[in-house]
Design a protein around this ligand. Structure first.
Ligand code: WTA
Length: 633
């Protein structure tokens, strides 16, 4: 077991200092973790209420420089990334030196295509090294990347490109996922039929599949590489200038473009990666998150690279070619830190312990979990079987909006309780509030809020500061409202149960009920739709949809399949409803609002007490809904 970064006394001192004098604390950390071209004038100003928070005012830095250039004197030949493809025979590795050259060349291609500071660039790629290189190349020249997860459909891509007004798209001709291929370029082509401002599409060739080509717009990455220089100067960016936009789901139908800025985000990503993952020089660190999600941004790319880490990057899925894949990879690359999702752990646990037999996993010394609550029995399996009872587990709670981990054990310091994300990180002050805004007593469920700004927090919702304020700061003035239900126990441990708003977590992927409902309504036979979560043994939650068909439509065998296809086309396979119940009507208030609370109870077979149904416009619908309820698998 490698030594831990902090001992109990250091931890205690740092924690107290972070609360007593946050400006001093973050000043020290910003200097320790980041190279600034020009020092900032002020560490922190502004407040939640006035919406004028600014970290590291007037400081100048570049995220790519911090992730790559500055490591070259000491680490040019150190591996930045080992990479393995979906096909186990496809592998590569990049040293910090080759990463530097490839990022520079990529950035020069962007410049050739007239991308400059402030322009938005959409990245829609599989988990290949070019995904990381593309992000860093944008950061190098001050362009703002908007990465879209490769599982999203053309419709979802279109909406995101239009909202951010991207000028360019970077994609691959095809993606591989287990034994399926994903037509990434075709999806982009379809999306771009409605995006006139995208002038250039860069395509990375993954195989020889024939690709439809738009001569004026499309170009191959490998062709463009022929004519660019190996060096590219970096832009000096303001601490407060945008680094990226990342879309995430909220309560209403339209995903929000969460905007993160450069200085605070990078400081926070670096310190949390360093201390929570007990990062040390010989680590081979593996965060399994796709760069299409926030975990991929902060803990696959920016955090570990800022700290000069050697990481492993993986294109494939946990159970292909066999459910031993993760375990074999850990032995093959001598992975020391594994950071993954409860869904992946549950799925592999279900496959059985025999898949663990041909690996020792003795290189591991730390395990992490993120994205959803982890069930205590799954935590125990992860600890005992995967980690051979040798590795602390960091159950990390955070969100796209928070930029980095806010609540997590610190390895070697925090006594662990399976299923709890434990204590707040340095400088983080969470509380649990009741509906009146009063702080809840220990063990009482309430709403999780954060009462002080932290450097990693999102700046705004792109082009929509009002929505940013309304979503996170309006209901509980002076606090950031996370959207989660949680309790704090008598030892100060936080237990996060899940979302109280209309946001679902399907396999850890964040999806809004409103988005799925819009997708359902898009089908020509659907008159009304409402979606609620039901528990799922592997995915955590799955989608139960109630649908009222249009008057003249009768239920035929293929209809459910057609409706599912419609959702896949509108959002992507991750939003596929698991259950579709046709209904004669939905429970609505007299003003027409669908009462999802009642539907959730019906779907979950919790019908003894449906709560107050007196406000329903037509109470008769309830009986029909209960009678036709589908059994949960
Ligand atoms: C949930 C993912 C319980 C939570 C980084 C949050 C968790 C949402 C945990 C954000 C955890 C994340 N325990 N729940 N350790 N981590 N969540 O934006 O509901 O995709 O609000 O960011 O995931 O999801 P997002």
């Amino acid at each position: 077991m490698k030594p831990f970064h902090l001992n109990q006394q250091q931890y205690q001192e740092m924690y107290e200092a972070s609360l007593a004098n946050p400006a001093q604390f973050w000043d020290d950390q910003a200097k320790k973790y980041i190279t600034w071209f020009k020092p900032y004038d002020n560490v922190l100003e502004g407040s939640f209420l006035e919406q004028n928070i600014r970290w590291f005012k007037n400081g100048k830095l570049n995220a790519c420089y911090n992730c790559v250039d500055r490591h070259l004197p000491a680490k040019a030949n150190q591996i930045a990334f080992y990479w393995e493809g979906n096909d186990p025979n496809e592998t590569s590795q990049l040293t910090y030196q080759t990463l530097f050259t490839q990022v520079c060349r990529f950035a020069n291609i962007l410049k050739q295509k007239n991308i400059s500071k402030g322009d938005r660039v959409c990245i829609y790629l599989p988990m290949i090294p070019e995904a990381v290189i593309a992000m860093l190349a944008c950061a190098r020249i001050g362009a703002v990347h908007s990465v879209i997860f490769g599982g999203f459909s053309s419709e979802a891509i279109k909406n995101r490109i239009l909202d951010a007004d991207c000028k360019m798209v970077i994609t691959a001709n095809i993606g591989f996922r287990a034994n399926k291929t994903i037509p990434l370029k075709d999806n982009v082509d379809e999306a771009l039929e409605s995006c006139p401002n995208v002038k250039n599409v860069m395509v990375i060739k993954r195989n020889e599949t024939k690709t439809l080509w738009h001569e004026k717009r499309d170009f191959w990455y490998h062709d463009a590489l022929q004519s660019v220089a190996d060096d590219c100067p970096y832009e000096e960016m303001d601490a407060d200038s945008p680094l990226f936009i990342l879309y995430t789901s909220g309560s209403t139908g339209k995903p929000k473009g969460i905007l993160h800025t450069t200085g605070g985000y990078l400081v926070y990503g670096a310190i949390t990666h360093d201390l929570i993952f007990n990062h040390q020089a010989n680590d081979i660190y593996w965060c399994t998150a796709d760069v299409g999600w926030i975990t991929g941004h902060t803990y696959t790319v920016y955090g570990p690279l800022t700290n000069g880490t050697t990481s492993f990057l993986f294109e494939g899925v946990p159970n292909y070619p066999t459910p031993a894949r993760y375990w074999e990879l850990i032995d093959k690359y001598k992975i020391t830190t594994l950071y993954t999702s409860p869904t992946a752990i549950r799925a592999l646990r279900q496959e059985g312990d025999e898949w663990l037999k041909n690996s020792t996993r003795e290189s591991l010394n730390l395990l992490g979990s993120v994205g959803e609550p982890i069930n205590p029995e799954v935590w125990e399996w992860y600890h005992e079987k995967v980690g051979n009872n040798q590795c602390p587990i960091v159950d990390t709670w955070w969100q796209t909006e928070t930029g980095g981990i806010l609540i997590s054990p610190i390895p070697g310091i925090t006594p662990l309780k399976p299923g709890s994300a434990a204590w707040p990180f340095f400088g983080i002050q969470p509380d649990i509030l009741d509906d009146k805004g009063q702080i809840c007593a220990p063990n009482k469920m309430g709403k999780l809020v954060i009462s002080q700004p932290w450097p990693g927090m999102a700046k705004t919702i792109y082009n929509n500061p009002e929505r940013f304020f309304d979503t996170y700061f309006k209901d509980y003035p002076g606090y950031y409202l996370a959207g989660d239900e949680a309790k704090r126990d008598e030892d100060g441990y936080f237990w996060v149960l899940g979302r109280f708003d209309d946001v679902l977590k399907i396999s850890g992927h964040r999806i809004g009920t409103g988005e799925v409902e819009n997708a359902l309504l898009n089908h020509s036979s659907v008159a009304e739709a409402a979606v609620v979560p039901v528990p799922d043994k592997i995915k955590g939650e799955s989608i139960y949809a109630f649908i009222v068909l249009k008057n003249d439509i009768s239920v035929k065998d293929t209809l459910k399949q057609e409706i599912i296809q419609s959702v896949r086309k509108f959002i992507g396979a991750i939003a596929t409803p698991h259950y579709i119940q046709f209904a004669t009507g939905l429970p609505k208030t007299r003003s027409g609002k669908i009462m999802r609370r009642i539907l959730k109870k019906i779907a979950n077979n919790d019908i003894k007490d449906l709560g107050d149904t007196s406000t329903l416009a037509d109470p008769n619908v309830i009986q029909d809904l209960i009678q036709n309820k589908l059994p949960l698998k």
